[in-house]
Write a protein that binds this ligand. Structure first.
Ligand SMILES: NC(=O)c1ccc[n+]([C@@H]2O[C@H](COP(=O)([O-])OP(=O)(O)OC[C@H]3O[C@@H](n4cnc5c(N)ncnc54)[C@H](OP(=O)(O)O)[C@@H]3O)[C@@H](O)[C@H]2O)c1
Length: 229
């Protein structure tokens, strides 16, 4: 299951996993942009707990288990904190942190039923956390909370054979970043040890590794791409 599959990174991941033979459940607020016999889309606002629970109820009824959950759906707002309205910060936390927490809670019941060697949760973070980028206070704080969730949850879920990791991304060209001025993106890319823009193709391999059996001894880690430290 991948959240936020209508556009961007989530869509590219879903399409790849379908290509290599997996059954993929996706969701977003708006209708699906993927048509595939092994793809099932749910329209839901994950910030609404009732809608979120309904998605997992349907997954349980249809499949009875999950092998992996990728918490990809997210939002951002770039502004000086002095001019960021309270409701904007709360909405960011609702989607980027509370929806992730609630998806994990619902998914655990299905991940425990997985017949794979170990089932996995993967959360998406950002360079805005280690680089403490100005203008992204609420966004980076919500993703910092997700990175802490990774560390704590990895311990709390190991007893169930569920691993919890994160993937930290530098700028990728998607709907989320299309309004960020190009010079700002270029400045961030220049800080990477590998100074070129990350693409969805760069993300697919690490995601497959972190949700698959080859990483069965890795949990509680957030892996950053592009060399950001
Ligand atoms: N792009 C980057 O440079 C970058 C860098 C670091 C980290 N990230 C992270 O990567 C993840 C994916 O971002 P992206 O760049 O691919 O952005 P995107 O193209 O805007 O995709 C976000 C997806 O999440 C869905 N979504 C948003 N709010 C939702 C909600 N409340 N309920 C359900 N679905 C929701 C959107 O569909 P609907 O609009 O239909 O709901 C869309 O499918 C995010 O967590 C983001 O923080 C991105």
């Amino acid at each position: 299951m991948i959240t936020g599959t209508r556009t961007g990174i989530g869509k590219a991941l879903a399409e790849h996993l379908l290509d290599v033979g997996h059954v993929v459940v996706g969701c977003s607020r708006r209708p699906a942009t993927i048509e595939h016999p092994r793809y099932r889309h749910h329209e839901a606002d994950l910030a609404d707990v009732g809608q979120l629970k309904a998605v997992f109820r349907s997954v349980r009824q249809e499949y009875g288990k999950l092998d992996a959950l990728v918490n990809n759906a997210g939002t951002s707002s770039m502004n000086h904190f002095m001019t960021t309205p309270d409701e904007v910060s709360r909405r960011i936390f609702d989607i980027n942190f509370f929806a992730v927490l609630n998806c994990c809670r619902e998914a655990v019941k299905l991940l425990r039923k997985s017949t794979e060697k170990s089932s996995a949760i993967l959360n998406v973070s950002t360079v805005a956390v280690p680089w403490a980028i100005e203008g992204q206070l609420s966004y980076s704080a919500s993703k910092s909370a997700v990175e802490q969730l990774v560390r704590v949850m990895s311990k709390e879920l190991s007893v169930f054979g569920i691993r919890v990791n994160g993937i930290g991304l530098p700028p990728v060209h998607t709907v989320l970043t299309r309004t960020v001025p190009r010079p700002k993106i270029d400045t961030l890319i220049a800080r990477q040890a590998i100074p070129r823009q990350c693409t969805t193709a760069d993300i697919i391999g690490p995601v497959e590794f972190l949700i698959g059996g080859q990483s069965e001894f890795i949990t509680g880690e957030t892996l950053f791409l592009g060399g950001v430290h």
